[in-house]
Design a protein around this ligand. Structure first.
Ligand code: PXP
Length: 257
């Protein structure tokens, strides 16, 4: 096997797609019923070619609940990316379940979705201690951060294996009709991905990705995985979840080629 220079990783040709099933639970919880079932969505996503399932157990359990995590752990065959805030409760759950990946996100009760990146640079000592037992338990720990070099370098320094770069601002700028600003933000994301790979981190990206904006993100060679949820679950209303995922896969592969 070829040896890579330290701190560099080969751009994998196959860009992994993690499907976030949180919003199946949002619809279920809106009526207090047992359906639609996020586990069923996860199994359909697997069958449609998802490389992983992402679920965010928020502190307020507004969508995914503890029982969903139990069910996913028991039934899915692709890796689970467990998204959570860096709290003692979530750490204990992650240590109990030992999911393939734990993605740490900032969480505010009043926000509609994860609005910004985690401030790793400003919370290094606590986060280093927080992730150490998770890494020891075999989880790949990921930091959901902005493309800021300080956050990337801090993530490497505290021993994270992965950073997930927040693509929300890029997506919003495009959706709001600011293509020039979106292009500038894309440039920052590209630089961030380069830096992250150079300091030995695996690079993921996600938030706000759609059929229309995924191409340039999928084309960033250092990016190994995209995590996409809200758009796909919405699109599933019109095409069905399997076809919605397959179309995303096609667009990611086309951009990667
Ligand atoms: N990655 C992370 C870390 C997230 O918090 C979210 C939203 O839960 C996503 C990816 C997916 O974002 P979206 O639902 O906008 O596709």
């Amino acid at each position: 096997m070829a040896t890579l220079p330290r701190g560099r990783s080969l751009a994998p040709r196959h860009l992994r797609l993690g499907v976030n099933i949180d919003h199946v639970a949002t619809v279920r919880n809106a009526r207090g019923t047992a359906w639609p079932d996020p586990l069923r969505a996860a199994l359909l996503a697997e069958a449609a070619g998802a490389d992983g399932i992402t679920a965010h157990l928020r502190e307020d359990r507004r969508h995914i609940r503890d029982a969903d995590i139990n069910a996913l752990i028991a039934a899915i065959t692709v890796p689970l990316n467990f998204e959570c805030a860096a709290t003692a409760e979530m750490q204990a759950l992650a240590l109990r379940h030992k999911p393939h990946a734990v993605c740490l996100v900032p969480e505010k009760r009043e926000e509609r979705t994860t609005e910004g990146g985690l401030d790793v640079a400003g919370d290094k000592t606590r986060l280093a201690a927080f992730i150490a037992p998770l890494t020891e338990a075999g989880c790949r720990v990921s930091m959901f951060i902005s493309h800021d070099a300080r956050q990337i370098e801090a993530s490497a320094r505290i021993g994270a294996a992965v950073v997930e770069l927040h693509t929300g601002l890029y997506a919003d700028l495009l959706a709001d009709g600011h293509p020039d600003l979106a292009e500038r933000e894309l440039g920052f994301l590209r630089e961030g991905a380069r830096l992250a790979a150079a300091v030995g981190l695996e690079v993921h990206a996600g938030h706000g990705l759609t059929y229309d904006n995924v191409g340039p993100i999928a084309a960033i060679p250092e990016v190994a995985e995209l995590n996409i949820g809200h758009f796909l679950i919405g699109e599933a209303i019109f095409r069905g979840l399997g076809p919605a995922i397959e179309e995303m896969r096609r667009r990611m592969d086309a951009a990667r080629a």
